[in-house]
Ligand binder design. Sequence first.
Ligand code: EPU
Length: 474
Amino acid sequence: MATASPLLPLTFLPSKISASTSTPQRTSLPSIDHKLVISGGRPISGHVPISGSKNSALAVLAGTLCCSSGPVALRGVPNLLDTRTMADVLRSIGARVEAEDRDVLVVDTSDVGVTEPCSEKIGRIRAGFFVLGPLVARFGKAEVAMPGGCRIGLRPVDLYIKGLEALGAVAEDEKVCVYGANGKGLVGGSFHLDYPSVGATETFVMAASMADGVSVLTNAAMEPEVADLTKFLIACGACIEGAGTSTLVITGRKKLYGAEFTILPDRIEAGTFMAAAAITRSCISLSPVIPPHVARMTEKLTEAGCKITQIGPSALEVSAVPEVTGGDLQAFNIKTLPYPGFATDLQAQCMALLTTCVGSSIIEESVFENRMHHVEELKKLGADIKVVGNTAFIGGTKPGRIALTGGRVRAADLRGGAALVLAGMAASGITEVENIAQIDRGYERFEEKLLLLGADVKRETEAAVSNLHPVLLA
Ligand code: EPU
């Protein structure tokens, strides 16, 4: 088995930031393009460590703005492009964000006084907008640029704003300026979400935790990352009932305090490695993982013929070896839904898997309006997929065959990029996945972990790849 260097410590060094509030550049990512070059068709084996949840860490980092007194010590924050950008957003308004040692990130927002975070940083990630709620609750006003993030649909912020308005805020749409009631803080109020938006729920909960009085949110998102943010706020002194359910009752506190908190394991990273085991017809174990958080994925892989075994309180074994499956995996259908439904963040990875399964399948994407960019790329590797609206019809393969062949593809977004890597691991020959800055946004040391499992994956810069694979550049 190939080996990888040990995972490096958290750095969270500040990147160069400006305090400019100019028009955001939504898609800007580091200019050096790295590629993953994958030699496919190899089984993987062994154990993979799962990092802390990206989406929980991003929300909790925004939540540190609720703590006006004392530092917060966070364990399990994954070292990612997106979390580093979020750290820079906080720094741009005067927060101290430092890695204390390998595992602990210390965030102190006691001295924050500015209410206009750096637009350019906010424009890189969706979660940048999460700072709006805590800022307006704590300071009575905030001006936050429109957020960036994966281009997977329109992704409006109307529900965030309506939730804050229910707490007495007044919004000026064009600048996304939000003022607290009478230019002061927020007041308790009730709000029903027409759709259980993750970000709008998180924004409401953070804001209401500091509002004057009792607030009630119904049809709240129940994603584990929302529940994790709620637990974090409670650890800081907030009073929130109903964590993890669709109704949240929040009694506002004048002040929240610094606390220690550990981010929950990343269920999407876990699900991605589960799909990696399936698509390569391999057996791997993974931990830490909270089994109920990947229950839908476990059900679908079991339906395909894989065997998923809980081998410890927070460890799973996923087996898709021929002795277990009888040789082939069978097609299954998916409809993405808010939690506890099937996660939209695992849709692309499952589509890659389904192109290697026997029989046809249907994937309906119901959460985001445009999350199918990976389809055209998978087709370049030989996949048979047709898209009508938000539904993909996948042709699958015949018994005894893996239909994919290596080629050059480009990651358009984070999860779609991961799906292309998985497809490359199953495909015959060499696959190059370009624009992997998208993958770096949300997977901590992805290729190092794949190497640990014995995959043949290399990260190369554009120039180095050009030298190594002239034929592919012709
Ligand atoms: N929506 C609105 N109005 C709003 C907010 C959302 O119409 O004000 C719509 C969106 O356009 C979308 C749907 O509601 O169609 C769901 O969006 P939601 O707000 O629930 O998602 P999010 O908060 O923008 C988070 C994760 C996503 C994950 C979704 C769903 C973060 C930073 N992002 O996004 O993660 O897919 O919840 O679980 O927490 C990823 O990690 O790859 C990723 C995209």
